[in-house]
Design a protein around this ligand. Structure first.
Ligand code: SAM
Length: 306
């Protein structure tokens, strides 16, 4: 017996079957299995875990920043007048070192410009003596180097050495500078000066003549010091109680700015040991050394050839 009596009935029956088949396949694809549900749950849990980790990282960063801020606040508080002087001095030193670190970063670019150059003339610890045609280097020259547009100036901490290429220099000069460095830094820098000089290049150094100053002190020679205004240089020494020893204090310590004092014998021996082919005691050279009378009387000069 035919199941479907007409085409219409057949169509309806086919539609019903198709609907149920479709429904079954839809159910299979839309409604997830237990395994799928478990796997999705695990994925969601792992995402929550990741977010928790990120949040706790952020908390750590926040705590770190809070720590730095309170460190800064402590520094600012330490700078206030009501702090004991040693605390304020330490904070000042720390601030100076931070400033120096910034200067070093900036100077690296200026030294890069000199890469590959030969025949340089370098003036170490130049101060205000910024020379045209020279590479003048100082940490804090005390003048605005921009006013010397015809001269190259690099602000740099020479305790870290001289970042110039080997044999790139004809001449390295310094006047009243090495006594501002600790012995180990001065020695390292003198070695560096030898490294950057070409064979035949000259290293010339002028330093305070401590031998002359001590000799004058021992002979009680007031006249030797008459170019120096004791009261201006050592304002804490009250008028009427200044004596010759104040000149010794100023020359040796200079408010703590002098770190190591040299004499002729020491400099000559050091430069010979470093490897210069000739080292000689020199004298004032017009056009090369600062010409003020005060410098000429209280300086000694050594010249070395690589
Ligand atoms: C007494 S002044 C000499 C200036 C000049 N050469 C002269 O003869 O008049 C010493 C100079 O050394 C510089 N100086 C001190 N420590 C330094 C360092 N670590 N690096 C570079 N320059 C430094 C100071 O800034 C200062 O300008």
């Amino acid at each position: 017996m035919p199941v479907f009596r007409s085409r219409k009935n057949f169509g309806i029956a086919w539609g019903i079957r198709a609907f149920f088949n479709l429904d079954a396949s839809l159910t299979r694809s839309v409604v997830p299995s237990v395994e799928q549900m478990q796997s999705r749950l695990m994925q969601a849990q792992s995402r929550v875990e990741q977010m928790r980790k990120r949040l706790s990282n952020k908390d750590r960063q926040l705590a770190h920043l809070r720590g730095r801020l309170s460190e800064k606040n402590r520094l600012v508080a330490a700078l206030r007048d009501d702090q004991p002087e040693p605390v304020r001095a330490s904070v000042r030193n720390l601030r100076d070192e931070i400033r120096i670190a910034k200067i070093i970063e900036e100077s690296a670019e200026r030294f890069r410009v000199l890469a590959g150059k030969k025949g340089l003339k370098v003036n170490l610890g130049c101060g205000e003596d910024i020379r045209p045609g020279w590479v003048n280097i100082d940490l804090a020259p005390g003048v605005d180097p921009a006013a010397h547009s015809d001269a190259a100036f690099i602000s740099c901490d020479l305790r870290l050495g001289l970042p110039l290429e080997e044999a790139s220099c004809d001449y390295v000069y310094s006047s009243h500078f090495f006594e501002h460095l600790e012995y180990k830094h001065g020695l390292q820098l003198m070695r560096d000066c030898h490294r950057v000089l070409r064979p035949g290049g000259v290293f010339r150094v002028s330093l305070p003549n401590l031998k002359g100053i001590f000799d004058a002190y021992l002979r009680g020679d007031e006249a030797y010091f008459d170019l120096i205004d004791k009261l201006a240089l050592l304002p804490e020494v009250e008028p009427g109680i200044g004596t010759l020893v104040d000149h010794i204090n100023y020359s040796v310590y200079q408010y703590g700015e002098h770190k190591y004092i040299y004499d002729e014998d020491k400099v000559i021996l050091l430069l010979q040991k470093i490897g210069y082919s000739s080292v000689t005691l020199s004298s004032y050279q017009e056009g090369m050394d600062p010409g003020e009378e005060v410098r000429r009387r209280y300086s000694f000069y050594v010249e070395a050839v690589k």
